[in-house]
Write a new protein. Structure first.
Length: 391
């Protein structure tokens, strides 16, 4: 089945899920890329730091094709029945039985990688994500020694406290340690530190006028188009290369961001619809760039910004879009357009959101007819002269 040519298959998948729902089974089938997953509220897996059942995706080890669909439906029924009877066990689905016993850190790392890609479709983007968020930190462990709690703690404490590296290694080692059956209760908030990627530093965000001026100075039409899409739709840099622009080309406003992106498929509306016409965005024209991963594509965008002397990073166009939405677009809607949760949206843009609401509240207060009126300067009585002081 060709890439993105899943329309007929997805229709069949809907029928399967309709039958599962009709049978009152608490499970459904989903497709991620070209792989099939079962989705249900399941108990936490052996390597999880959660204690209560929650909705999860269970990789079935099957490709999304018509031949596998009947078998996938049968497995889904089995999972649904096990959930209803409270008899679901992760080891029945290949979890918990592939771990080495008192092996070296290198052996555990290999087992963890195999486990990670049981749940996640393996492709250049997910492989890069694993290397960045896990492997880069797991390699810091003494690879030829037996994996221990002490080794995890020493490696964490070798990073700078309250730093980005400290926060990320704690997240990676906590999941890795749980997988290896190690007590990781020592990886607490105090050890992790105060760093947070959601604490966005104040930025000198470009105004709409500056954004247009910089666009007009880009001599390459392809990069002009990419720049215009980032500014108008608040995209992440790599997302400009994973778009369905058919509706836009037909005269509409909706832009479809495809599955290959960081947070998957979503539909986005322009902050300034006028820019769609002014910047010629209805006529898709990408620059000829290479990049097997989203990170590589993002780097190409950054290089272009520097080459054309854009005085701010590409991500600032996304932040300008978000800040521009504040005040006249509902926060939950703006978060959905940007491809993240309301909680993340509020944390990232808290300072700007707070400022906008405080300004609006102040303006409403000024217009309130019940607001106490101050005396005017002309109504004040002149001070009585102090004759004794003059004498």
């Amino acid at each position: 089945m060709a890439k993105h040519d899943f329309s007929d298959f997805d229709q069949k998948l809907k029928l399967v899920n309709f039958r599962l729902k009709g049978a009152q089974l608490p499970v459904s089938l989903t497709r991620k890329g070209s792989s099939l997953y079962a989705r249900a509220t399941l108990p936490p897996p052996p390597d999880s730091d959660k204690s209560l059942p929650h909705q999860q995706h269970l990789k079935l080890g099957m490709k999304a094709n018509f031949l596998a669909l009947n078998q996938a439906e049968a497995i889904a029924k089995k999972i649904g029945a096990a959930v209803l009877l409270k008899e679901f066990h992760w080891e029945d689905y290949g979890r918990g039985d592939k771990k080495p016993d008192k092996q070296t850190a290198a052996a555990w790392c290999k087992a963890f990688e195999l486990h990670y890609f049981e749940e996640t479709e393996r492709n250049p983007t997910t492989e890069e994500s694993f290397k960045t968020h896990y492997l880069a930190y797991l390699k810091r462990l003494p690879q030829t020694q037996v994996l221990t709690r002490e080794a995890l703690e020493r490696t964490i404490k070798a990073t700078q406290p309250n730093s980005c590296q400290r926060a990320k290694i704690c997240i990676a080692f906590k999941r890795f340690g749980l997988f290896a059956g190690i007590d990781v209760s020592f990886i607490n908030e105090k050890l992790k530190g105060t760093y947070s990627s959601c604490k966005t530093a104040p930025r000198d965000l470009p105004s709409a006028q500056v954004i247009l001026e910089c666009w007009s100075k880009i001599p390459h039409r392809g990069w002009q188009w990419v720049y215009g899409m980032l500014a108008t739709y608040g995209l992440r840099p790599h997302e400009a290369f994973h778009l369905d622009t058919q509706e836009l080309e037909r005269g509409g406003w909706v832009l479809k961001v495809l599955d290959e992106t960081k947070t998957g498929y979503r539909e986005v509306y322009p902050l300034y619809p006028e820019w769609v016409e002014q910047l010629g965005l209805r006529h898709k024209q990408l620059p000829n760039v290479t990049g097997k991963t989203n990170s590589a594509l993002g780097q190409r965008v950054g290089q272009a910004f520097r080459r054309y002397h854009i005085p701010f990073p590409a991500y600032n166009l996304r932040h300008s879009y978000a800040v521009g939405c504040i005040g006249f677009i509902d926060t939950s809607l703006a978060a959905r357009w940007m491809g993240h949760s309301v909680q993340i949206h509020n944390r990232i843009y808290q300072a700007w959101i707070s400022q906008a609401f405080e300004q609006a509240a102040f303006e409403r207060a000024l217009k309130n007819p019940n607001r106490p009126q101050p005396p005017l300067l002309g109504e004040l009585k002149p001070p009585e002269s102090d004759q004794s002081a003059a004498a």
